[in-house]
Design a protein around this ligand. Sequence first.
Ligand code: MN
Length: 195
Amino acid sequence: MAISLPVLPYGKDALSPFISANTLEFHYGKHHKTYVDNLNKLLEGTDLIKLSLTEIIKITAKDAAKTGIFNNTAQVWNHSFYWQCLKGGGGKPAGAIAQKIDATWGSYEKFADDLKNAGLTQFGSGWVWLVQEGKDLKITKTANADTPLAHEQKPLLTIDVWEHAYYLDYQNRRADYLTAVIQNLINWDFVNANL
Ligand code: MN
């Protein structure tokens, strides 16, 4: 069964002006789609094709001979997760995640600063994450396609910090992109549902 590109959970202009429809045209319509197409080519004729994306990620993560499959599978999964982490009209967290953030970082403001700084200091392409490890919440960052699923962590939230995620709207200003996303676009209902 072929992997399919998931439907974007909102219209291409839903995140505007913080992430433009133009960025979504390329990021979802070209970059994400290309990872799906490449993965389907790589999985053709292999036993892995019967497995879920998360199973393929866990099996291929430590296998140097399967780096291409790992990279494309993780990028398909990471992007599908990222789209769900966003929505137009995001704001501050509520519910269980808000309490856990306060308990871990002392305040939402400190958490937001740390999340932004982690995204800003990821050298080169990658992702910044809020994850659950055991009972603890942690902010982590991963390079290129790497994903917390390969490190026995449960992803709760991610922001893509590859240049293709922000260059059309922010050029080299990754900090401005991170601030805009964190302040305006986080879907905290989705983050709560991941707890
Ligand atoms: Mn991306």
